[in-house]
Write a protein that binds this ligand. Structure first.
Ligand SMILES: *Cc1c(COP(=O)(O)O)cnc(C)c1O
Length: 400
């Protein structure tokens, strides 16, 4: 049976590890120790379970998409509704877990990075909940594109620091957050937003999202009396996907399909499809598949969905890919947009653009697979993407 656990140094096969400055080795050891303790501590787990239920809104529904299924005339499609969680996406699962951990470690100053602002908003939310200081690093370009989320973070009491280096986007924000951590490591907890970065973050973030797959598996067995045939998740850093996949890795008849951002073309710089367009390399703490040029320079990325727009994929996905336990495909900006519109009109659910990538792949495969059972993880809701939908669907935006 295929299982998926890192070794003692945080390696999933050749991937993962700790590519960080020496001064961060001890803090990462301390974090790992605190995390392993918390994982065994029934009081910690009970408090987290209570917050997930009563603050975040778990368990999320597993919804049978009847009209979409009938329209496609093939596989039966279920949707896991992570979009119904507080703050609008799965990210709150991880933020609640790490905020509890920072409190346990006695750290009252929290730093986080954000691209589109979803992780920044979830971080600001849990910091308000626990009375912690919150500083969010965000690229200047992303702040301009995501003004509403900047405002939401400030409304929640967080300080948003504009990052003006490099391309002024997520990668630069992560670098600034790491720099802050190196300087203020004794007082500060770094709340990282995906299954990325140096060990123990990839395994810890995955564990905080495992509840997605655990709920789905139990509920699906109750409803269908068997396991699904295929599960579709979008993959940015890979946290919603690995949280969903983990409960099914040992079930080799369940196909696990990760959908990356195919962007506007297959040219380097026009997408964020690390598996089809990248190769192994290190970025910001971890070794995994990364988009780089022939000199090893990290390339720019593009996606219509900011949450999938990052040059590196989480290391556990790289390992699942190499062992052929999960399959990774890319979906273009245009296909994701079309899938979002279709889901909105057939099911009354406007998805986040990230999640629309997973929906698109399920829509493409369903007609070919009658009798099969599909699950799509709907990682977030589309409210945050209203401006991008408006820009791309001008025919719906006539004021009269
Ligand atoms: C951030 C985000 C993602 C991408 O992050 P993962 O770590 O790959 O899950 C996907 N969907 C939504 C709605 C997001 O906000």
């Amino acid at each position: 049976m295929i299982t998926s656990q890192p070794d003692a140094t945080g390696h999933f096969g050749p991937y993962g590890g700790r590519f960080v400055p020496e001064v961060l080795m001890t803090p990462l050891d301390e974090l790992e120790r605190a995390y392993l303790e918390a994982r065994r501590d029934p009081a910690f787990q009970a408090e987290l379970a209570d917050l997930l239920k009563n603050f975040a809104g778990r368990p999320t529904p597993l919804y049978y998409a009847k009209r979409l299924t009938e329209q496609l005339g093939g596989a039966k499609i279920y949707i896991k509704r992570e979009d119904l969680l507080h703050t609008g996406a799965h990210k709150i699962n991880n933020c609640l877990g790490q905020a509890l951990l920072s409190r346990k470690m006695g750290k009252k100053r929290i730093i986080a990075e954000t691209g589109a602002g979803q992780h920044g908003v979830a971080s600001a939310t849990v910091c308000a909940l626990f009375g912690l200081e919150c500083i969010v690093y965000m690229g200047e370009e992303d702040m301009r594109r995501q003004r509403l989320n900047v405002f939401r973070m400030r409304l929640l009491g967080a300080k948003v620091v504009a990052v003006t280096n490099g391309s002024r986007t997520l990668k630069d924000a992560v670098s600034e957050a790491l720099r802050d951590w190196v300087t203020n490591v004794h007082s500060t907890y770094y709340l990282l937003g995906s299954a990325l970065g140096p060990h123990p973050y990839p395994v810890m973030v995955r564990d905080f999202h495992r509840v997605i797959g655990e709920e789905t598996r139990a509920e699906f067995l109750k409803r269908e009396g068997r396991l699904p045939d295929s599960i579709f998740c979008c993959v940015g850093g890979g946290s919603n996907a690995i949280g969903m996949f983990h409960s099914f890795i040992g079930d080799e008849n369940v196909k696990l399909i990760g959908v990356e951002a195919g962007g506007r073309s297959e040219k380097l710089g026009d997408h964020a499809a690390r598996f089809s367009g990248g190769s192994p390399g290190a970025l910001q703490g971890a070794y995994s598949y990364v988009l780089q040029d022939s000199d090893g320079q990290i390339s720019l990325t593009h996606s219509i969905s900011a949450g999938l727009d990052y040059a590196l994929v989480g290391p556990e996905h790289a390992w699942l890919h190499d062992r052929h336990r999960a399959e990774y495909v890319a979906c273009s900006d245009m296909k994701a947009l079309a899938a979002a519109q279709r889901l909105a009109r057939t099911e009354g659910i406007i998805p986040a653009l990230e999640s629309a990538h997973a929906v698109a792949e399920a829509i493409e495969r369903a007609p070919e697979e009658p009798g099969k059972l599909f699950i799509v993880n709907l990682s977030g809701r589309g409210d945050k993407d209203t401006d991008i939908y408006r820009e791309n669907l001008p025919e719906l935006d006539d004021p009269i």
